[in-house]
Design a protein around this ligand. Structure first.
Ligand code: FES
Length: 113
Protein backbone atom coordinates (compact mmCIF):
# COMPACT_ATOMS: atom_id res chain seq x y z
CA UNK A 1 0.00 0.00 0.00
CA UNK A 2 1.39 3.36 -0.99
CA UNK A 3 1.82 6.29 1.39
CA UNK A 4 0.02 8.06 2.95
CA UNK A 5 -1.79 4.84 3.95
CA UNK A 6 -0.53 3.07 7.06
CA UNK A 7 -1.59 -0.33 8.39
CA UNK A 8 -3.42 0.21 11.66
CA UNK A 9 -5.09 -3.12 12.51
CA UNK A 10 -5.74 -6.62 11.32
CA UNK A 11 -9.24 -6.47 9.85
CA UNK A 12 -10.30 -9.64 11.66
CA UNK A 13 -9.25 -8.20 15.01
CA UNK A 14 -12.06 -5.63 14.92
CA UNK A 15 -15.32 -7.39 15.63
CA UNK A 16 -18.57 -6.18 14.03
CA UNK A 17 -20.16 -3.52 16.20
CA UNK A 18 -16.84 -2.64 17.85
CA UNK A 19 -14.11 -0.07 17.42
CA UNK A 20 -10.47 0.28 18.34
CA UNK A 21 -8.66 3.42 19.36
CA UNK A 22 -5.19 4.25 18.13
CA UNK A 23 -2.88 7.20 18.29
CA UNK A 24 -0.48 8.10 15.50
CA UNK A 25 2.43 10.49 15.68
CA UNK A 26 1.88 12.94 12.83
CA UNK A 27 4.96 15.10 12.49
CA UNK A 28 5.51 15.07 16.25
CA UNK A 29 1.86 15.70 17.03
CA UNK A 30 -0.18 12.80 18.48
CA UNK A 31 -3.55 12.33 16.84
CA UNK A 32 -6.15 9.85 18.07
CA UNK A 33 -8.43 7.91 15.74
CA UNK A 34 -11.22 5.39 16.07
CA UNK A 35 -11.44 2.54 13.60
CA UNK A 36 -14.97 1.13 13.72
CA UNK A 37 -16.57 -1.88 12.09
CA UNK A 38 -20.25 -2.10 11.24
CA UNK A 39 -21.01 -5.42 9.58
CA UNK A 40 -18.29 -5.73 6.94
CA UNK A 41 -17.81 -1.97 6.62
CA UNK A 42 -14.97 -0.12 8.32
CA UNK A 43 -14.85 3.56 9.22
CA UNK A 44 -12.25 5.93 10.61
CA UNK A 45 -13.05 9.07 12.55
CA UNK A 46 -11.18 11.35 14.90
CA UNK A 47 -11.39 10.40 18.57
CA UNK A 48 -12.75 13.77 19.57
CA UNK A 49 -16.27 15.05 20.01
CA UNK A 50 -16.79 18.37 18.23
CA UNK A 51 -18.98 19.65 21.04
CA UNK A 52 -16.49 19.90 23.91
CA UNK A 53 -13.33 18.10 22.80
CA UNK A 54 -14.22 14.93 24.66
CA UNK A 55 -12.92 11.48 23.59
CA UNK A 56 -15.52 9.65 21.53
CA UNK A 57 -13.75 6.42 22.52
CA UNK A 58 -15.56 6.73 25.87
CA UNK A 59 -18.80 6.31 23.96
CA UNK A 60 -20.30 3.44 22.02
CA UNK A 61 -21.50 2.47 18.57
CA UNK A 62 -25.18 2.72 17.74
CA UNK A 63 -25.58 1.19 14.30
CA UNK A 64 -23.42 3.22 11.93
CA UNK A 65 -23.17 6.09 14.40
CA UNK A 66 -20.97 6.76 17.38
CA UNK A 67 -22.53 8.18 20.51
CA UNK A 68 -20.65 10.62 22.69
CA UNK A 69 -20.93 9.53 26.30
CA UNK A 70 -20.73 13.04 27.75
CA UNK A 71 -23.87 14.72 26.34
CA UNK A 72 -25.24 12.05 24.03
CA UNK A 73 -24.79 13.43 20.52
CA UNK A 74 -24.60 10.84 17.76
CA UNK A 75 -22.27 11.24 14.77
CA UNK A 76 -22.47 9.45 11.44
CA UNK A 77 -19.40 7.27 10.97
CA UNK A 78 -19.76 7.77 7.23
CA UNK A 79 -20.06 11.55 7.02
CA UNK A 80 -19.04 12.74 10.49
CA UNK A 81 -22.24 14.81 10.70
CA UNK A 82 -23.90 15.21 14.10
CA UNK A 83 -27.41 13.81 14.12
CA UNK A 84 -28.73 15.40 17.29
CA UNK A 85 -28.01 18.11 19.83
CA UNK A 86 -25.97 19.46 21.44
CA UNK A 87 -23.21 18.94 18.87
CA UNK A 88 -23.61 21.00 15.70
CA UNK A 89 -20.25 20.53 13.98
CA UNK A 90 -19.07 17.40 12.11
CA UNK A 91 -16.22 15.27 13.37
CA UNK A 92 -13.43 14.44 10.93
CA UNK A 93 -13.65 11.24 8.93
CA UNK A 94 -10.69 9.56 7.22
CA UNK A 95 -10.14 7.28 4.24
CA UNK A 96 -9.63 3.57 4.81
CA UNK A 97 -8.72 0.67 2.57
CA UNK A 98 -8.66 -3.05 3.19
CA UNK A 99 -5.77 -5.03 1.73
CA UNK A 100 -3.81 -8.11 2.72
CA UNK A 101 -6.08 -8.65 5.71
CA UNK A 102 -5.13 -5.27 7.11
CA UNK A 103 -7.01 -2.03 7.64
CA UNK A 104 -5.06 0.85 6.09
CA UNK A 105 -5.69 4.42 7.18
CA UNK A 106 -4.88 7.64 5.35
CA UNK A 107 -4.28 9.98 8.30
CA UNK A 108 -2.95 12.82 6.16
CA UNK A 109 -6.22 14.75 5.85
CA UNK A 110 -9.89 14.33 6.73
CA UNK A 111 -12.04 13.04 3.91
CA UNK A 112 -15.00 15.28 4.80
CA UNK A 113 -13.33 18.69 4.93
S1 FES B 1 -18.91 16.54 24.54
FE1 FES B 1 -19.83 15.19 23.11
S2 FES B 1 -21.92 15.80 23.01
FE2 FES B 1 -20.99 17.15 24.46
Amino acid sequence: MDAPYVAVAAAADIEPGKFVKLTLDLDGRPQAFLIARVGDDYYAVEDNCSHEDYPLSYGCLDGNRIKCSLHGSHFSLETGEPEDDPADTPIATYRLKLADGQVWLDPSAPSNR
